[in-house]
Design a protein around this ligand. Structure first.
Ligand code: MG
Length: 158
């Protein structure tokens, strides 16, 4: 077995869509970034790459490369899944914690789980997503951005 952890932060900005876990969230602000700024999917990719000791998404999909401008992070996640499989691993489970004061994400959680499980070609039962606030403290509490932690466990493929 291999364990991996990913962490990412993106800042809120005007005139941007808010995409989390491949799902468009209805909110007045979006997240700033070179790609679609899907901070949740970025943390997931870093967790899987970390478990494989394959570096991070900055190494595989550099934000200096115009090819990744506006890129769909879910498409990049499919590529990370293939890299994981080439290393001989499969996802055992994934647990994600989103730190976000607003918007409320509860009604989107299962759509995000479905989207990640489809990209990872696994069951929704292996994908957990939780959202919490930080009680008004720090940059997520002040509503300046969103932070995400992701932890995954990989098994050797049989
Ligand atoms: Mg990112």
């Amino acid at each position: 077995m291999r364990i991996g952890h990913g962490y990412d932060v993106h800042r809120f900005a005007e005139d941007r869509k808010l995409i989390l876990g491949g799902v468009e969230i209805n909110y007045e602000l979006g997240l700033l970034g070179h790609s679609d700024a899907d901070v949740l999917t970025h943390a997931v990719m870093d967790a899987i790459l970390g478990a494989c000791a394959l570096g991070d998404i900055g190494l595989h999909f550099p934000d200096t490369d115009p090819a990744y401008k506006g890129a769909s992070s879910i498409e990049l996640l499919r590529r990370v899944r293939r890299l994981m499989e080439e290393q001989g691993y499969m996802l055992s489970n994934l647990d994600v914690t989103v730190l976000c004061e607003r918007p409320k994400l509860r009604s989107y959680i299962d759509s995000m789980r479905a989207c990640l499980s489809e990209a990872l070609e696994t069951d929704m039962g292996r994908i957990s997503i939780k959202a919490t606030t930080e009680e008004g403290l720090g940059f997520t509490g002040e509503g300046l951005g969103i932070a995400v932690h992701a932890v995954c466990l990989l098994d050797e493929r049989r």
